[in-house]
Design a protein around this ligand. Structure first.
Ligand code: AP5
Length: 213
């Protein structure tokens, strides 16, 4: 199964991606996570990407497209994959169509997760992440068992640099301008399904499973 998770920053793409990955046994590929790893390791790509990420702007298409071309060819993708955060522009969607064609693959579904803007701001400013294993929490909605400590690996949780209110507002603007056109792009393919992203994490996962079967 090849799946795209589409939606504004903070709608729960990463949270649901992890659950879908476990349930269906296919990897979740998060462009944000790949980029943050590059930033942490201070690679050339990471240094370039950080300038855009810190402001909530998109990393240039050519960088992202090259990165994804390589990633989907890796061994763990042979039974499918879940894309979280890609494509994010029409140019990326067109490049992804080409990648599918070249590798003889077919996109199955695009899940558009929908959450009102006020709730998004609350979700992102309250998000805490584990810098070691990548687990995602929320101070109110999905807190760790021990204050500020990762349940899975015991590391101290941090707030992402781009989760401040000012940067979140810019990320939402960038989403509207650059990524929302993809809703029309994928509606035309007949593969897009809208998922109500308000409710508990389990409720939303239930809605997704109903669609995926
Ligand atoms: P990226 O990491 O992809 O960020 P994003 O799209 O802004 O998405 P988020 O990770 O912020 O949100 P999410 O939808 O995954 O929500 P989550 O599950 O964590 O990208 C970061 C940056 O990298 C970009 O700004 C850009 O610079 C660059 N980049 C990445 N991809 C790119 C591309 N293709 N092209 C160019 N540049 C690119 O949930 C959010 C919070 O809500 C959490 O705290 C969670 O616990 C909580 N939560 C989840 N579900 C619920 C629920 N049902 N109820 C209440 N709270 C919930």
């Amino acid at each position: 199964m090849i799946l795209i998770l589409l939606g504004a920053p903070g709608v729960g793409k990463g949270t649901q991606g992890v659950l879908i990955s476990k349930e269906y046994g296919i990897p979740q590929i998060s462009t944000g996570d790949i980029l943050r790893k590059e930033v942490k390791e201070e690679t050339e790509l990471g240094k370039k990407a950080k300038v855009y990420m810190d402001k909530g702007e998109l990393v240039p298409d050519d960088v992202i497209i090259g990165m994804m071309e390589n990633r989907i060819k890796e061994d763990d993708c042979k039974n499918g994959f879940i894309l979280d955060g890609f494509p994010r522009t029409v140019a990326q969607a067109e490049a992804f169509d080409e990648m599918l064609k070249k590798n003889n693959l077919q996109l199955d579904r695009v899940l558009l997760i929908d959450v009102p803007e006020e709730e998004i701001i609350d979700r992102l400013t309250g998000r805490r992440v584990c810098p070691s294993c990548g687990a995602v929490y929320h101070i109110k909605n999905n807190p760790p068992k021990k204050d500020n400590i990762c349940d899975q690996c015991g590391s101290k949780l941090i707030q992402r640099d781009d989760d401040t209110e000012e940067v979140v507002k810019n990320r939402l603007e960038v989403y509207k301008k650059s990524t929302m056109p993809l809703v029309e792009y994928y509606t035309k393919t007949g593969k897009l399904v809208k998922i109500n992203g308000v409710g508990t994490i389990d409720e939303i996962f239930g809605r997704i499973k109903e669609v995926l079967g």
